[in-house]
Design a protein around this ligand. Structure first.
Ligand code: S3P
Length: 448
């Protein structure tokens, strides 16, 4: 789990052009959902390309604790599910570690069952708001005992018969949408989720694929109404997990900012609810060639050829946030090397990620010489294209606050900064990107 470097600070240094072709690990959102639906569906699900990060493994363990059988045969994960409606009561608390997606979605999946399930997590997950998922579950009849402020640890107990609800998602959150839909699988009748701002739609796509009766209507304003007919039969599937665009983002931005770079990242998920970062970087002048665009397992995927580029600052509209919500930390690093000012707004949700990402990014940028202002829900920064003066000559260390994306982002920053950039911890990178440091050093990055 330590990315091969042991405990303690890790430093990235100015590197020569990055070169090579890489595959990034499987998409995290897709991997969680594949294990959940595979563990629930009747019969066998075979998954290739699964992200074997700590977060997804925690989801797999939770599904095993509720009766699913999961094993690995060569490169394929084989899941034998219990059948919809037939999860078993776990004998011990489900421990999700750092994994918010696993925790929130499984709260929906099993919270509506007529038995007690207890959810626990690490220090970061225990700080994160769960009311956004617990509130709609309460409306379905779920009883909740949780730590102050609806935080973990939390124990849920469903009613004899959950009530199907119609729920308008109050924050743009795929996790909330998904938790309600997964709860709806065990409620008789139609559960409706109204989504004013479209978020990643992997749950809808995969539910359909496993055989759920699910329809989506989008009105003229883009508001989506998703209807799921509960208590249907789900059947095991063959799933190929494409590469995670939010992981590809790190080598991608590294190649853009390190002069002389030319890399290719193969098999990246290009679902349009996930490509906001690529669109924004292209507006900034990034040379990203989208090659071999194709459909694989019902999703758009492509290979990305990325070359060093002269970037320009940009204004990123709030409406873009949902399609790049996990990618602001690395976008901020790209902006630190862009000519002029970059303005990002609508960032409220960044305050409740694995860390208060807005504060942690701004603090780390300032520590490393970037001229920036942190607003309540915005970040404004002025770049230095050649990285002159960036980094820390005195060896200051960025506090990552248990946040994998913060650690990876600042390590990327160090590859093009005049001075080194150090982060306090890299162990949590394994939650989403096992092998990150090895992959980056394989491209020529100096990280040690
Ligand atoms: C995810 C949804 C997003 C994202 C998270 C994964 C998902 O969270 O930040 O990393 O798989 O549904 P929110 O739903 O809180 O925006």
């Amino acid at each position: 789990m330590s990315q091969g470097l042991g405990q303690g600070p890790v430093t990235a240094r100015k590197s020569d052009g990055l070169k090579g072709t890489v595959l990034v690990p499987g998409d995290k959102s897709f991997s969680h959902r594949s294990l959940m639906l595979g563990g629930l569906a009747a019969g066998e699900t075979r998954i290739t390309g699964l992200l074997e990060g700590a977060d997804v493994i925690a989801t797999g363990r939770a599904m095993q604790a509720m009766g699913a059988r999961i094993r690995k045969d060569g490169d394929t994960w084989i899941v034998n599910g219990v059948g919809n409606g037939a999860l078993l009561a776990p004998e011990a608390p489900l421990d999700f570690g750092n994994a918010d997606t696993g925790c929130r979605l499984i709260m929906g999946l099993v919270g509506v069952y007529d038995f007690e399930t207890t959810f626990v997590g690490d220090a970061s997950l225990s700080r994160r708001p769960m009311a956004r998922v617990l509130d709609p579950l309460r409306q379905m009849g779920v009883q909740v005992k949780a730590a102050a402020g609806d935080r973990l640890p939390a124990t849920l107990r469903g009613p004899k018969t959950p009530t199907p609800i119609s729920y308008r998602v109050p924050v743009a959150s795929a996790q909330v949408k998904s938790a309600v839909l997964l709860a709806g699988l065990n409620a008789p009748g139609i559960t409706t989720v109204i989504e004013p701002v479209m978020t990643r739609d992997h749950t809808e796509r995969l539910l359909r694929r496993f055989g759920a009766e699910l329809s989506v209507e989008t009105d003229a304003e883009g508001v989506r109404t998703i209807r799921l007919d509960g208590r249907g039969r789900l059947v095991g599937q063959e799933i190929e997990v494409p590469g995670d665009p939010s992981s590809a983002a790190f080598p991608l931005v590294a190649a853009l900012i390190v002069p002389g770079s030319d890399i290719t990242i193969r098999n990246v998920l290009m679902n349009r609810t996930r490509t906001g970062l690529i669109v924004t970087l292209q507006e900034m002048g990034a040379d990203i060639e989208i090659l071999q665009a194709r459909l694989a397992g019902g999703e758009d995927v492509a290979d990305l050829r990325v070359r060093h580029s002269e970037l320009k600052g940009v204004t990123v509209p709030a409406e873009q946030a949902a399609s790049m919500i996990d990618d602001y930390p690395i976008l901020a690093i790209a902006a630190a090397f862009a000519e002029g000012e970059t303005v990002m707004s609508g960032l409220d949700e960044l305050r409740v990620k694995e860390s208060d990402r807005l504060a942690v990014i701004a603090t780390g940028l300032k520590l490393n010489g970037v001229d920036c202002e942190e607003g309540k829900t915005s970040l404004v920064l002025r770049g230095r294209p050649a990285g002159t003066g960036l980094g820390s000559a005195s060896g200051a260390v960025v506090k990552t606050d248990l946040d994998h994306r913060i650690a990876m982002s600042f390590l990327v920053m160090g590859l093009a900064s005049e001075h080194p950039v150090a982060v306090d911890d890299v162990s949590m990178i394994a939650t989403s990107f096992p092998g990150f440091i090895e992959l980056m050093t394989g491209l020529g990055a100096q990280i040690a």
